[in-house]
Design a binder for this molecule. Structure first.
Ligand code: TYC
Length: 117
């Protein structure tokens, strides 16, 4: 090597070496995931909607077996209200809207609502 001064002496890789401690606050952000709130979808009794219509709706929209659908329908018929299922907000909202739409198409007064579980 020549006698010129080597300006990179001791720091060829550019990494922090012995210039004292690196300072700062070590930070790590924690992403908090929340479980979604759940909602009960409720069916109301009325005097006009046919039992068979309610049973078919419970099979089609709420994926109940025939036996479960009959049991839920009879429970609503006898007690005035019953739970069709428990879902996340968006799914519950969609089910309520589907029931309202089908009931309206058939001109039945069937009412369906949702409440926080
Ligand atoms: N009460 C209705 C009838 O006697 C049947 C019915 C059941 C209606 C459940 C609505 O959510 C309901 N035809």
């Amino acid at each position: 090597m020549s006698d010129k001064k080597d300006i990179f002496a001791g720091d060829r890789d550019g990494r922090d070496e012995d210039d004292g401690p690196q300072t700062g606050v070590a930070q790590k952000t924690r992403t908090r995931t929340k479980r979604p709130s759940m909602y009960r979808v409720l069916l109301m009794n009325d005097d006009y909607t046919p039992m068979e219509f309610v049973v078919e709706l419970l099979e089609q929209i709420f994926h109940k077996s025939r036996e479960e659908a009959v049991a839920v329908m009879l429970n609503v018929h006898q007690s005035g209200v019953g739970v069709c299922g428990v879902y996340s907000f968006e799914i519950a909202e969609t089910k309520v809207a589907q029931v309202a739409s089908i009931a309206r198409q058939h001109e039945h007064p069937l009412q369906c609502t949702m409440e926080k579980a």
